[in-house]
Design a protein. Structure first.
Length: 247
């Protein structure tokens, strides 16, 4: 009597466990299919070995590969509104050993000496340029009878002036250089003789004639040696002889 209920209860327990496991499996499968974002899409294509070498974790760059600069080089652009050309004039150069200097005449007509410091690009003193707009003139080189000056970008050298010895040389990035040469100056004209000088000459001639008239009857006194008394000696001059005592 006791064995039958035990068997009946044992079978019921097995059925309950099997039913619970089956329900949990069905719920998990449905939840997975319901929330899967790729549900209903075709299977992805297999990846080829060649694609893996180019797109995988390898750091190799595809071939051919052209490097691109991340930072573009800065180029000095010329301003649209350029200022008039202001030129220096060369008056002389000095080269003593390693020391080089140029004697320049500034656009404001002031004369000054500019040294080429350490024989390198040297900024010209700005006090010889009246306006602040005209800045950044540089002395580049000093040679015999010639110098080179770099002009500012906003006032470049663009017109040669042969009369003043200015020749423009264009460089890259809007930079211009002027080669200043020492020009030969024309000889100065002689000064005109003032009108008063002929009158002075006439007066001198008149005085000379008067003196000639006064001294025309003048006779030079001559003392002969035999006429010299003892204790005296003769002193001869252009105007005549005279006696002086012997000391």
């Amino acid at each position: 009597m006791y064995g039958v209920p035990f068997l009946f209860g044992d079978k019921n327990m097995q059925n309950i466990i099997i039913t619970t496991i089956a329900m949990l499996f069905i719920i998990n499968v449905q939840a997975f299919d319901l929330f899967n974002p790729d549900r209903g899409k075709p299977a992805p294509k297999p990846i080829k070995s060649s694609d893996r070498t180019n797109t995988g974790s390898s750091n190799k760059l595809p071939i051919p590969f052209k490097a691109k600069a991340s930072i573009k080089p800065t180029i000095n652009k010329r301003p649209k509104n350029l200022l008039p050309q202001k030129d220096f004039a060369l008056k002389g150069t000095s080269i003593i050993g390693n020391k080089r200097a140029a004697i320049l005449i500034a656009p404001n007509k002031k004369e000054f000496i500019q040294y080429l410091k350490s024989n390198k690009r040297t900024k010209i003193d700005s006090k010889y340029i009246k306006s602040e707009k005209y800045q950044s003139y540089y002395l580049l080189n000093v040679a015999a009878r010639e110098v080179q000056i770099e002009y500012p970008i906003n006032a470049p050298c663009r017109k040669d002036k042969d009369k003043d010895g200015v020749k423009c040389i264009k460089k890259s990035d809007g930079i211009t250089i002027a080669a200043l040469s020492l020009k030969e100056r024309k000889a100065l004209r002689p000064k005109r003789t003032p009108a008063a000088i002929p009158n002075i000459n006439k007066k001198r001639n008149k005085n000379l004639e008067k003196r000639k008239e006064i001294y025309k009857n003048f006779k030079r006194k001559v003392i002969k040696d035999e006429d010299v008394p003892p204790g005296m000696r003769v002193v001869r001059t252009p105007f005549g002889d005279r006696l002086v005592p012997i000391k």
